[in-house]
Ligand binder design. Sequence first.
Ligand code: GTP
Ligand code: MG
Length: 194
Amino acid sequence: MDVHQAEFIKSAVKPKDYPETALPEVAFVGRSNVGKSSLINVLVNRKSLVRTSSTPGRTQLINFFDVNGRLVLVDLPGYGYAKAPPELRKQWQPMIETYLAKRENLRAVVLILDIRRIPADGDLDMLRWLETYGIPPIIVLTKCDKLSKNEQARQAGVIAAAIGRRREDLLPFSALSKAGREGIWRVITELAGL
Ligand code: GTP
Ligand code: MG
């Protein structure tokens, strides 16, 4: 996708605050600190349209971004951040689940996994959950720059087995080198019907 314009629309917690739009939407989910916001920045060719941080729990609201006036990308808070204040954690799960269950223009969800880690319960729960709601998952293995090519191939196999998918269906990515960007855009635009 040739991105010529990307802008923040708004943040929301509840459905009444979501932007009113009929544009196709694609959301990004994953464990806290896995690299969701960084992936969106690379996709839209902007260093810091979306705030990123080395501290987990950076993204705390649902953030909507318009791309080319044709597509909306949605950055969601991460799950599985044990140190978040309990009050905040209690709000996150319903906030994410309500969004995924109710958003009618949602076409696909990008599930981001750290290529170095075995998927956690939160990741497996999310995959099952997407299946239940009939939302197609796009599975990205990020932080590939942290491993050699051989280790990447090995880890992709381990992760594919852990989540019961084919290795070819997992898209390797690095926010550092931007490797994998085009392939992810291809799947997003196809599922968004663009
Ligand atoms: P929360 O909003 O807290 O859930 O985090 P997030 O999933 O949005 O992660 P974010 O994009 O803020 O990135 C977390 C940290 O990982 C930052 O320090 C990033 O620089 C780093 N990071 C993200 N992607 C990559 C990558 O592909 N390679 C490397 N080496 N670091 C990455
Ligand atoms: Mg974030």
